[in-house]
Design a protein around this ligand. Structure first.
Ligand SMILES: Cc1cc2nc3c(=O)[nH]c(=O)nc-3n(C[C@H](O)[C@H](O)[C@H](O)COP(=O)(O)OP(=O)(O)OC[C@H]3O[C@@H](n4cnc5c(N)ncnc54)[C@H](O)[C@@H]3O)c2cc1C
Length: 401
């Protein structure tokens, strides 16, 4: 069903994409490029900021490096897609519209939900109030300012996942005057092969990061964190990178979500409860043969492209195809001149091969810099965005439900 023009003649199919992160941007640009010549399809992209946030660089922003000025409206220019800058406050899945904080209501026929996720500061008491996060450029800039003014003291990075490791390394390298402590239940790099893990841990040691595995933070206080065993660690700054949580908008709207609030999709990335809604990126719970995908840019961009291609197929009366994706690498920066890249099997388990040192740092920078030029290419040549590893036998045999 699409909106009828006055007089009941041509019908315009309204596609609204929520969120212009890595996945939403991929969906919007791919779709806009493919329907550029169609007057019966209108694409609208909604995002909280006009500037595209290179989220993969936020640990660098947190140490004072400025992000590039990447304008979303400029990128969309010439595609016919509309950009709406605003904060989405509600999705009405029955009336099929979206509410923006300035009072605007945007009706849709198809919705692409790509609102991403943020650090899970609700996981322990005090984190929301007292910890810094890397949820957006502004959060990272506030942290950068605080670190620059500290002079001396302790920075606790809570969460030894990849964001935690990259942040701890970056802060320690940029601020050798600060004592950086990395806390997690597991040891950093636990999912890597022994060689990559050892390299990562040695790099952290070289940078002076004090790593505490087996440490579970249960509370964040104004000047300290409390561990499960009762120990308290003094902290002038706490950076929370542990876990992710998603916006409650989808659950409130009545869409079927998983235990973490992510929209549960069918094999073609449509909501299992509301097939006119596609969910992509970190906000979606997407099952593959090896399990539910975890949030990454490497998987998020393909989900956006696939949703766009599926929408175009559906508009032509064709069946959308199942989405298939296999992981291929885990690149981790260790300051500005060092990194480790763990190559992976499609299910994200580590292969034997990895890159380290300056070669790995160059590889990581290439990966981080890739999305924006990729969108530029897709705008001119949409098919250029449709290449990613499908996962081979790890994802084969999936049928659209
Ligand atoms: C420091 C750091 C390093 C990382 N490094 C890597 C890496 O090397 N490789 C990798 O694959 N992944 C990496 N990631 C993870 C990766 O950034 C995420 O998986 C990815 O950003 C998810 O993309 P997304 O489009 O789903 O969401 P996001 O990129 O988070 O985009 C969501 C967008 O929606 C907007 N938004 C949210 N809510 C609203 C609302 N209510 N109204 C309006 N707009 C809204 C946000 O402002 C944002 O623009 C890293 C993450 C961090 C923090």
């Amino acid at each position: 069903m699409s909106a009828q023009h006055e007089g009941g003649m041509a019908a315009v199919h309204r596609v609204v994409v929520l969120g212009a992160g890595y996945a939403g941007m991929a969906a919007a640009i791919q779709l806009a490029a493919r329907v550029k010549r169609r007057e019966d399809v209108q694409v609208t992209l909604v995002n909280a900021q006009e500037r595209f946030t290179e989220r993969m660089r936020l640990h660098m922003t947190a140490t004072g490096r400025r992000l590039a000025e990447l304008s979303i409206p400029d990128l969309l220019e010439g595609t016919g897609a509309r950009f709406v800058c605003g904060w989405v406050t509600a999705v009405d899945a029955d009336a099929k519209n979206v509410r923006i904080d300035d009072g605007r209501v945007l009706p849709y026929d198809t919705l692409v939900y790509a609102l991403g996720g943020v650090a899970d500061t609700a996981a322990v008491p005090g984190a929301e109030e007292h910890a810094y996060t890397l949820d957006g450029a502004q959060d990272a800039e506030v942290l950068a300012d605080r670190l620059a003014r500290l002079g001396s003291g302790t920075v606790v990075v809570a969460g030894g996942g990849l964001t935690g490791v990259e942040s701890a390394a970056e802060i320690a390298e940029r601020h050798p005057e600060l004592d950086v402590v990395l806390l997690d239940r597991r040891e950093p790099g636990a999912a890597m092969n022994p060689k990559a893990r050892a390299y990562l841990q040695a790099a952290l040691e070289r940078l002076g990061v004090r790593v505490r595995g087996g440490a579970e933070v249960v509370k964040v206080l104004p000047g300290a964190v409390e561990l499960a065993d009762g120990e308290s660690i003094a902290a002038d700054v706490v950076l929370w990178t542990s876990g992710t949580r998603v916006s409650p908008l989808a659950a409130v709207a009545g869409l079927t979500v998983d235990e973490r609030g992510r929209i549960v999709t069918d094999a073609t990335l449509r909501s299992v409860s509301h097939p006119e809604v596609y969910a992509v990126g970190d906000a979606a719970a997407i099952s593959q043969g090896y399990g539910v995908m975890h949030g990454t840019c490497q998987g998020g961009m393909p989900t956006g492209v696939h949703a766009a291609v599926s929408i175009v197929r559906a508009l032509k009366g064709r069946r959308p195809k199942p989405f298939r994706f296999g992981y291929y690498h885990t690149p981790v920066s260790l300051g500005r001149h060092d990194a480790v890249v763990q190559f992976t099997h499609p299910d994200d388990s580590p292969r034997r091969i990895c890159l380290t040192g300056r070669t790995a740092a160059r590889y990581k920078e290439m990966v981080t810099a890739a999305p924006w030029p990729t969108y530029g290419r897709m705008k001119k040549m949409p098919a250029s965005g449709a290449f990613w590893p499908r996962g081979g036998r790890f994802t084969r045999g999936r049928e659209a439900r």
